[in-house]
Write a protein that binds this ligand. Sequence first.
Ligand code: GLC
Length: 553
Amino acid sequence: MKDFKKSVVYQIYPKSFKDSNGDGFGDLNGIIEKLDYLKELGVDYIWLTPIYISPQKDNGYDVADYYNVDTRFGTMEEFESLVKEAKKREIYIMLDMVFNHTSTEHEWFKKALKGEEKYKNYYIFKKGKNGLPPTNWISKFGGNAWEYVEKFDEYYLHLFDVTQADLNWDNKELRQEIYDVVNFWIEKGVKGFRLDVINLISKPSIFEDDNLGDGRRFYTDGTNIHKYLKELNENTFGKHDDIITVGEMSSTSIDNCIKYSNPNEKELSMVFNFHHLKVDYKDGEKWSLMDFNFKQLKELFNEWQNGMINGNGWNALFWCNHDQPRVNSRFGNVKKYHKESSTMLATTIHLMNGTPYVYQGEEFGMTNPEFDKIEEYKDVESINYYNILKSQGINEEEIMKILKSKSRDNSRTPIQWDDTLNAGFTTGTPWINVSSNYKDINAKNALNNKESVFYYYKKLINIRKEEDIIAYGDCKMLLPEHKQVYAYERKLNNENIIVVNNFYDKECTINLNKEIDYNIEKVETLISNYNDKYDNLEKINLRPYESFAIKIK
Ligand code: GLC
């Protein structure tokens, strides 16, 4: 059995990973082809974003049938063979479970629309108010969060796209349906679940307007959320001791995350939170441009590391996923310091307390594609916001600049396997354009160069396995006031690991001796993105994006 504290999860967005049959979409057989590659990297779990039958309005997060694999991705037999082939390599499959909503193409919703009471109660239908929707809540993808159904003279709630209808978790019958789905996939040999926006499932008993915000305070970490998660745990994965779970927690708090992930609470193994990925939102607004606030980033990391350790909770550590732009394009410098900044960002999170997640392509430094035309964007949120920003009078050039840096499609471009046509992703026409830098940045080049970003990730993954301090130690921020360095010390028994990261292209000098309050007998360099050794801790000159970890005894 794997210890999830020493494990690393690799996220696959199947649509963009590897196409085995030339239809332009990645598929399960494509993933099987690349298992040896993932074994070489050293990951323990593969999280697959949704592969179920879906109209793909939100790339699979609009599920029409939880029990079957979408033909675009393959067949159930191919899924079973993926589970088997992965297991041979000691890699386990984690599935993405979307239980806040279903597609409006799901048979439950179709029956609801026909007027079947049982299924109407699976969703959230409400009367409007004086010709207006039941509340003024805003959908996460823009616009009002309610859709009118004339036949009933009622509205249904959709916190996301209009084709993603929210489920009514207050209905016990619905909850049982969900348990059945999870147990079905457990039977198939799945060893992990990622629960999509799971902290939004408990809606309030009274629906009221939000005069302070977009409505999220009424349903985020809602009234019955802990009760529902405990019940889900008890009826499904909690019956097995080798299944890990991670909840995607939108706009959450440390207190709630401790509850979600403290083993005594019997809810989930770990949680994703997004606070550190809002440090470049101007006044909290995603669709704006701003340099990242480094001070705030350091404070957030420190708060969450210590808060979760003290509360016996467990974090999922990540920069990248299918909803976030590529981190090296975002907080690094991919033009001048591609390798240095990509590896520095990796060191920063991999050696913290929590379980690291690597998003496909991150391990060899894939970047944002810098699409120039709106036609190149496929994501429903990006297209909605393109229109919203236009209607606010923002000019085309500015909007394209915002999309280039903020769109979710930045991370959804095909994996750059090599320098052949379509980066070796497909022999057909890819569903979304390949980034133009694929001739330089691709997996083949990375594998052929022992100094590449890929081997740096491999080393980081290995350090977690070798050093107990990384999984079980405390975490203290060093040089808290430093304007360009984020450093921290991990501590367990009499051993210490210090991790230093220069977040900028400017050089600087630091003195670590001043930070250390114990006797130093021996300093061992565990990793350095400049291949250096660090013996004199009193004066360390840090080069652009320099990053290293040392072990002190
Ligand atoms: C999560 C997913 C995102 C999706 C949304 C609605 O945030 O990661 O891709 O659009 O939930 O399901």
